[in-house]
Each structure stands twice: as C-alpha cells, then as structure tokens.
Write a protein that binds this ligand. Structure first.
Ligand SMILES: [Zn+2]
Length: 251
C-alpha cells in the first residue's frame, strides 16, 4: 500500500473513532509503523477541528523522535504530545504495526467505577469476548504520556495484550492493521458500555463460563475484521455521522 493510501486509511480510522464516540472532543490519534525509524501519525494542523474531521493531509510521516520523516512533513503540523506512547508500544511490540489512542468516556467511567473489562457476552460480540477473556490490563496512572519513560511504562503494562485501559485517561489499542486496532478499541468500549448499563439496571456484570467461551467459534478475519470495517466505513457516509465536506474530501 502506498504512503498516501495509508494516510487515507489512518484518517478513516480517526473518523470511525469519532463516529463511534470513542474520541469525544478533539483528543486521540492513530499511528502506523513504516520502518524501524519512522511512523505515520495523525498530527495537529493550524486548523485542527478534531478527529471527526480528520483528512489524509493530517497524517504526517515522522521519525521516532518526532522530527519530520521527510522534508516538509511537519510544515504547519505538530506531532501529538503523546507521541512517546506510540513509539514505545511500536518499539516493545514487533508484532504490532498500528497503535490507536483514544479517550472513550465509557471506558474511563467503567474503570473508575471499579468495573474491569470482562467477557460478559458471547455471540453478541465474539472477538470482544475473546479479547476480554485474555485480559485487558489497566495502566494505573492518569498522566499525559509525553515522555519516553511513561511510554515505556504503558507498554510494560500492555505487555503482550492487544489493549490497555488507561485510568482517568482512555485506552491504547494495537493491531496489525488500522481496522483491527480500531475495532479492538471499539470492542472494549462496547464492553465498558454494557457493564455500566448492567449496573445501572441493577445487575452485576458477570463473565460467561469457560465452557461457553470455548464453544464460541472463530468466524474468521473476513467477517470479524474485513466486513466489520466495511460497515464502519459505510456508516461514515451516513448524513449526520460525518460532515458532508469531509466525506467529499476523502471520497
Ligand atoms: Zn491521551
């Protein structure tokens, strides 16, 4: 895939995060590993308007120190304060090519309410159940991840898992593709939302049993990731979910 196609895909991912209410306000970013020293990352331009309005032009090539990855890449743009979060996770996880960082409100509330991300549903969302069953660690600090040490600390908490919840902050999700990383973030946010609603309805979020988990089939990447992603992109074109001007810009 060309660099420009990847920029467009990162922009799509940012807009899906916003359309799914995973990035309220204008905070959050997605990065993609390009090579050992460089990554594409959603940056902030002079006319920053938030993730819902991300275009391919907001996605810039930078090195791991936050310098332009090619001449002119950061003209008019600044890298996220939390770039060290992205570079640390990419450095610690050779199996990861995409890092998503967002501030989903339900994830923050559920964690602060003492509700862990658990496999409380089965066929409702099989990839989400499997993800939760493997464990979703919690980084216990609410700091802005703006230093190498803090980035390394989050990466250490993430360890070999796909997603880490960040207390009083949001979450960081990983994947081998933009679709996978965004959909994983969405799965965790859905479980947080369900947990909060169960408590509000007077119940207690309870994990399904191991035999129920074992019985869940793997429906495959074609459905779980590819079809799910086409659905997310199709939703973006719905009036009211994304401004018409942006839909036109990005096709
Ligand atoms: Zn953040």
């Amino acid at each position: 895939m060309s660099l420009d196609d990847l920029r467009a895909e990162v922009a799509d991912g940012c807009r899906v995060l916003a359309a799914r209410n995973l990035a309220p306000g204008f905070l959050g970013h997605i990065s993609v590993r390009i090579d050992e020293y460089r990554l594409l990352v959603r940056c902030r331009g002079r006319n920053e308007r938030g993730l819902a309005y991300t275009t391919a032009g907001d996605v810039r090539l930078v090195d791991t120190e936050g310098r332009p990855g090619e001449r002119g890449e950061l003209d008019g743009y600044t890298v996220p304060f939390e770039l060290p979060l992205h570079t640390a996770v990419l450095r610690h996880r050779a199996d990861v090519d995409v890092v998503v960082h967002a501030h989903p409100r339900d994830v923050v509330i559920a964690d602060l309410a003492g509700l862990p991300i658990l496999p409380i549903v089965g066929a409702y969302d099989i990839p989400g159940a499997v993800l939760a069953a493997g464990g979703v660690p919690v980084f216990p600090r609410s700091a802005l991840i703006s230093t190498t040490d803090l980035g390394a600390a989050v990466a250490a908490t993430l360890a070999d898992r796909p997603v880490v919840v960040m207390r009083g902050h949001g979450l960081t999700s990983t994947g081998s593709s933009i679709a996978e990383a965004v959909l994983r973030a969405q799965a965790v946010a859905t479980l947080a939302d369900l947990s909060l609603r169960i408590v509000a309805a007077g119940g207690e979020p309870t994990p399904i049993g191991p035999e129920e988990l074992d019985a869940l089939p793997d429906l495959g990447v074609a459905l779980n990731t590819e079809t799910a992603w086409r659905h997310e992109l199709a939703r973006l074109a719905e009036p009211g979910l994304v401004p018409l001007a942006i839909a036109e810009v990005t096709g």
